[in-house]
Ligand binder design. Structure first.
Ligand code: GAP
Length: 563
């Protein structure tokens, strides 16, 4: 599938528009059009329903050590600045960038790639910042220009080795920057924090500085105790949140894939440290299944464990669910979702601030001298398993928990297994990336016969029915003989339950094509026979099969097919 065709369809049919387009657009920001908003809402609703409201709290899931509860939150985008200090984002959430002294452009250091080229006795590293599919053409064009050669002399340039990332090159004086004409115009790499800064209140001084959240996760961690205290959840349990996140990406690219404003769908799953690895495996598998159940093909999906040097500052294990987006070179995959074993990093940080690896969280929580010693919020974010304690205290021979902890002070975790800092498994998905993957997967061109039997190319968006922006289109075959009246009644009945479209204009074949192009899975046509036997034609978008179903059974039939 060519990405250009999908991008054009998204604009033509109202899935996605560039933000502020009439002013020339704003790089890294996208607006969802009338169909796009429905598609993205369906993605988010499917996630919320499958992960939260529809989750069966009582049964033990396959691959999970016990049953668990799921609940949700909706937190603010701007939070106390100390949240980002304790989460590590203030100090560690940065990319390296380089500036070009000649073109005045700025690039993400690790995203510049290039190839060694030799001609006229000179060897230079020609770099590019364009999408992978266009890299070779770009470096060839620029090398010709640099060596002052014509296109017909392209063969006189000797290309040495494959594309390599700029950070691997240690001869900066030989580098031709992506938009420069002279060599050695890039500055040394500098750190650049990705959080958007803003001010809260009217004074606007540095002391009023705040940040737009770069992830939704932290709202969940800082509310951990509130959720425990206001509900009856017991560990293990998960808290889900979906909402906007902001990152001042240096080089947003590939349609909505890397945007500066985007939505995340995150779960923080709290469990006992001893079972955390099992839960990590469970969530990796379960999240992968979610994408396949909604139509992403196995061949285009992969689950990839991170190498140690790729792990985020908080993570002791991460796997990415990746998708072979069509804008990537063949064989390459882009991240859809990360499933991270975050250990107790976040809760400990918010309790205590930065701790070294050997610090015993409970000793710090209690304080080495019995007094609190806080650098984070100072709030106790440990979990007390009162049921387990009640069950076992008499067997252990203690009357109170205080007595039990005192007795075990010499052990590494005096209160464990009854009081501990939970470990966290975090399946963190991007709503926009998932929507983009569903759009890419859905785009298909096939050949179907028109009314005269001639084969015509048809563009069809094969969305899973749950995700399709419009579930069904209702047509009267002709605009006379009472057919529109019956069709409108049917439309109104269905509209009360689902997104339905009514169309009575033009040839029915053309109406079908328009629905195929926006991914409507079913069309219902009211025709002459409807008036005789109260049935309508149901047409399936993918198989093109048509069958007749009773008029008064249309709603039930569609509900059953959509699932
Ligand atoms: N709380 C963990 C976290 O935020 P992440 O891997 O940085 O982890 C999670 O982000 C997901 O958010 C990614 O897998 C991706 O789907 C989405 N995401 C991250 N940055 C994005 C961006 N600039 N544009 C669109 N989606 C993005």
């Amino acid at each position: 599938m060519e990405m250009d065709k999908l991008v054009a369809l998204c604009k033509r049919r109202g899935f996605l528009f560039q933000s502020s387009e009439i002013y020339g657009g704003l790089n890294g920001f996208w607006d969802y059009g009338p169909l796009g908003v429905e598609l993205k809402r369906n993605v988010k609703e499917a996630w919320w329903r499958d992960m939260v409201t529809g989750h069966d709290d009582l049964s033990v899931p396959e691959g999970g050590p016990s049953s668990f509860e799921m609940t949700g939150l909706d937190c603010t985008i701007i939070m106390h600045p100390q949240v980002w200090k304790c989460s590590g984002h203030y100090d560690l959430f940065h990319d390296f960038m380089v500036d070009c002294r000649e073109s005045k452009r700025r690039y993400r250091f690790d995203q510049i790639r290039g190839r060694w080229a030799e001609a006229k006795g000179q060897r230079i590293f020609v770099t590019t910042a364009v999408a992978a599919a266009e890299e070779q053409a770009d470096v060839e064009r620029r090398a010709l220009k640099y060596f002052n050669l014509r296109s017909k002399d392209a063969d006189s340039i000797h290309w040495d080795g494959d594309f390599r990332p700029l950070p691997e090159i240690d001869e900066p004086s030989q580098v031709l920057a992506p938009d420069a004409r002279a060599l050695d115009t890039l500055t040394a790499p500098r750190e650049f924090n990705l959080m958007f800064k803003t001010t809260v209140g009217a004074l606007g001084g540095e002391e009023d500085a705040a940040f737009l959240r770069p992830e939704t996760a932290q709202g969940i961690f800082v509310n951990f105790k509130n959720v425990l205290d206001s509900t009856r959840v017991k560990i293990p349990f998960g808290i889900a949140q979906s909402g906007k996140s902001f990152r001042n990406e240096i080089t947003p690219r590939n349609f909505t894939f890397r945007s500066r404003e985007f939505e995340q769908m995150e779960i923080e799953f709290f469990c006992h440290p001893d079972t955390s690895h099992q839960w990590y495996q469970y969530w990796r598998d379960r999240r992968l299944q979610w994408y396949t159940a909604l139509g992403l093909s196995d061949e285009r999906l992969q689950l990839r464990e991170h190498d140690a040097d790729e792990l985020s500052h908080y993570s002791t294990g991460t796997a990415d669910i990746e998708y072979a987006f069509p804008f990537l070179p063949t064989g390459e995959f882009g991240e859809l979702e990360g499933i991270a074993h975050r250990g107790d990093f976040d809760l400990r940080s918010h309790m205590e601030g930065k701790l070294d690896e050997n610090t015993n969280p409970l000793q710090v929580a209690l304080g080495p001298d019995g007094k609190p010693k806080w650098r984070g919020s100072g709030k106790d974010l440990t979990y007390f398993d009162d049921e387990a304690w009640e069950r076992e205290k008499s067997e252990l021979g203690f009357k109170s928990f205080k007595e039990y902890v005192k007795q075990r002070q010499s052990e590494p975790q005096p209160g464990a297994p009854f009081q501990y800092v939970p470990h966290v498994i975090e399946p963190s998905a991007g709503a926009d990336r998932a929507t983009l993957a569903f759009l890419c997967e859905a785009y298909t061109e096939d050949e179907v016969p028109d009314e005269k039997g001639k084969l015509q190319t048809r563009t069809v968006m094969r969305f899973h029915p749950r995700l399709a922006p419009i579930k069904c289109a209702v047509f009267p075959l002709v605009r006379k003989d009472g057919l529109p009246e019956v069709a409108r009644d049917l439309y109104r009945t269905l509209k009360a339950q689902m997104a339905v479209f009514y169309d009575e204009k033009g040839a029915v074949g053309r109406r079908y094509r328009r629905q195929d192009e926006i991914g409507t899975p079913y069309c219902l046509t009211v025709d002459g026979q409807t008036l005789e036997d109260q049935t309508v034609t149901l047409r399936d978008r993918d198989s093109l099969e048509q069958c007749r179903i009773p008029l008064d059974n249309c709603l039930a039939e569609l509900q059953q097919r959509i699932g």
